[in-house]
Design a protein around this ligand. Structure first.
Ligand code: WT7
Length: 632
């Protein structure tokens, strides 16, 4: 049984089988869950048609699999350890039984407030257990949750609520992260001015600051759960019913609401966590992501609970109150599996090594990274200073669209190489494509990364826009899922992700569309036109570099940059703020009016010796001006 792959030979064999007979492969794993009714058809549909389905006709509830299923055997086991923003604040552990009760209570509240199967519920909350409880309560009653990262602005929140016509918003009064305070309820109030579909707002107390209140619309979480029953019968879902929507940025237009479904997502998150991390019953698993991103959905909430693991919910930041915070938490809870982003590693390795050495990290068994390419220096620091050279590093490549980890070492099983995501999980068939759209068969190769065969965890659509779904993922390389990433494969067949090949930036592991940022900058009355590119940044991985053509009289450029940054923070989020802004008189455009971003990228990274072919530019002299220009 391949439920847990235990050796590299076994991996190779299981992989081979998974390619020869994908349906049989997934059926075996799917059989380990609790289904109320067995599925009718293991797999149907295709990339060409954009109608992939898995386990259709199967009836289940994912929360029953996360919680109810474990109560008899491990009701008293810790499901979540909550570590607050400040180490001296109140911390707590929640057992599987307690979590089950809390989720049932809140599921009853949601139903009482008129939420039923298929309704969309937006969640905009601090990283506390209540965020997981709200999420699981939605899933338990069949409501489609749409979590919005609490770092997003009122406008971004509103846009996401409107796109899916959410009926309810669940939020906090506010949150604290590091020494920052974010007034979530105020931001929600502002967002809801343009969201007519939201009938009810449930507010969970966290900061106890004064907030404004809309009678009849707003209600306190703690009041509502007081009399709610702790018994709740989970709503039966079809495997292909939507479980959640999660918005992510693309190269054009507004964020796309990725739709994940109950059955396939359940199977894939559980399977990937178990095999990549080689997790075992007594392990303490900590993923430092925010639940507002897919990493948090899959590997803080669903994956660990499905596997009956104890996980940490961390409200804070890597550097508050000091840069030893991660390692302090690892020591305190004897964390065995630690999963974070390269950007955090790069930030922490700049600090005094004292902050690491102070703590006993001997409980660690596996270290993981996710979200962006990891440079070799950071990889080695992580390996030596945190893992003491004894913990396998799993560099996990995947995306919001994929639902779970796709290419990654299996901890302790797959040989690792710094900077390499290494090999695909069984069931996943990657390929590299050349410019002509043909698959490159040579082992050593470089090209666009595609996936050749559907897998259970993949996105089933873009909410309300199936045409865009088809266009974005299945048109460039017909018959394949196009990831948007470039990739290199070495002589051993190991994969190394080189980064996005479209106009998507990856800033500190956050995915941002250049068009989105440009649209925000263009809102400034003095900006005529702008173009945004990424450039190498030693902590963030990629920084945001904005070029803008402006009307005369912008005044002091530093002050102007602040105006632009405030605007981008307000429209999108502080994470999208340009690191650099250069005022320019023109942009390098082709005769057909397309901005040649390649040139801007070179200028932004200070590499202007060879700009390549500029003969198709409408006005090549613009380039000279841009090179001479100054960035702030
Ligand atoms: C993009 C997806 C996966 C959850 C968090 C991000 C980049 C992701 C890696 C990695 C190199 C990576 C890709 C991908 N990426 N993991 N291990 N090595 N690049 O999810 O926000 O949907 O972003 O993140 O460019 O396409 P996301």
């Amino acid at each position: 049984m391949w439920l847990n792959i235990k050796s590299f030979d076994e991996y190779k064999e299981v992989y081979k089988n998974s390619v020869e007979d994908p349906e049989k492969f997934w059926e075996e794993y799917a059989g380990t869950f609790y289904w109320r009714k067995h599925w009718d058809k293991t797999h149907s549909g295709s990339f060409e048609e954009g109608n992939v389905k898995w386990f259709e006709g199967g009836k289940l509830n994912i929360v029953e699999n996360c919680l109810d299923r474990h109560l008899d055997t491990m009701g008293n086991k810790t499901a979540f350890i909550f570590e607050p923003n400040h180490p001296d604040s109140f911390r707590r552990t929640i057992s599987y039984r307690q979590l089950h009760e809390d989720v049932c209570r809140f599921a009853n509240v949601l139903e009482e407030k008129g939420i039923t199967k298929g309704d969309r519920v937006a969640i905009y909350m601090a990283m506390t257990p209540e965020l997981a409880i709200a999420t699981l309560a939605c899933a338990r009653i069949g409501a489609v949750h749409s979590i919005v990262f609490a770092g997003f602005s009122a406008q971004s929140l509103a846009e996401r609520i409107r796109d899916c016509d959410a009926k309810m918003l669940i939020t906090n009064d506010g949150l604290r992260r590091g020494d920052k305070h974010v007034p979530l309820k105020d931001i929600s109030d502002e967002a809801l001015e343009s969201c007519p579909t939201v009938e009810k707002v449930i507010v969970c107390q966290r900061t106890n600051r004064d907030i404004s209140w809309v009678e009849g619309r707003d209600e306190w979480w703690h009041m509502l759960i007081r009399n709610a029953s702790k018994k709740h019968e989970a709503v039966e879902m079809d495997a292909e019913d939507p479980l959640f929507i999660l918005y992510t940025s693309g190269s054009t237009g507004k964020p796309k609401g990725q739709v994940h479904t109950c059955g396939g997502y359940m199977i894939y998150t559980s399977y990937s966590l178990r095999n990549v991390f080689q997790i075992e019953e007594e392990d303490v698993y900590w993923c430092t992501a925010d639940a507002g991103w897919i990493t948090g959905h899959s590997y803080i909430i669903y994956g660990p609970l499905l596997n009956g693991v104890s996980g940490i919910i961390f409200e804070g930041t890597p550097t508050y109150p000091d840069p030893g915070r991660f390692w302090e938490v690892c020591e305190k809870y004897e964390v065995t599996h630690f999963y974070t982003a390269p950007t955090a590693i790069r930030a922490l390795m700049k600090e005094d090594i004292e902050y690491v050495d102070k703590y006993d990290l001997s409980s660690l068994k596996v270290l993981g990274t996710v979200g962006e390419p990891i440079n070799e220096e950071a990889w080695h620091w992580y390996d030596e200073e945190i893992g003491n050279g004894e913990c396998p590093i799993v560099d996990t490549w995947w995306q919001t669209e994929t639902g779970g980890i796709m290419i990654s070492p299996l901890a302790g099983i797959t040989p690792t190489k710094p900077g390499y995501a290494t090999l695909p999980l069984p069931g996943i068939q990657p390929a590299l494509m050349d410019d002509e759209g043909n698959e490159i068969k040579d082992t050593e190769a470089q090209g666009d990364l595609v996936i050749k065969h559907p897998w259970p965890g993949m996105t089933r659509g873009i909410w309300g826009d199936m045409e865009r779904y088809q266009e974005t993922y299945f048109t460039k390389y017909p018959g394949n899922y196009f990831t948007g990433d470039g990739c290199r494969r070495d002589e051993d067949g190991f994969y190394r992700i080189t980064g996005r090949v479209d106009d998507v930036l990856n800033v500190s592991g956050h995915r941002l569309g250049t068009a989105e940022i440009e649209n925000a900058i263009d809102e400034h009355p003095k900006v005529v036109e702008s173009a945004v590119v990424g450039y190498p940044h030693d902590v963030k991985g990629e920084g945001v570099f904005a070029f803008a053509i402006c009307d005369d009289g912008i005044g002091d450029p530093e002050a102007f940059k602040k105006e632009i940054n405030d605007l981008v923070s307000k429209i999108i989020s502080p994470i999208a703020k340009p690191d650099k802004l250069q005022i320019t008189t023109g942009l390098p455009k082709t005769r057909s009016g397309k901005i040649m971003r390649r040139i801007l990228r070179k200028v932004a990274s200070g590499d202007t010796d060879d700009l390549g072919d500029t003969s198709t530019l409408l006005d090549p002299s613009v380039v000279e001006d841009i090179i001479k220009g100054k960035a702030y």
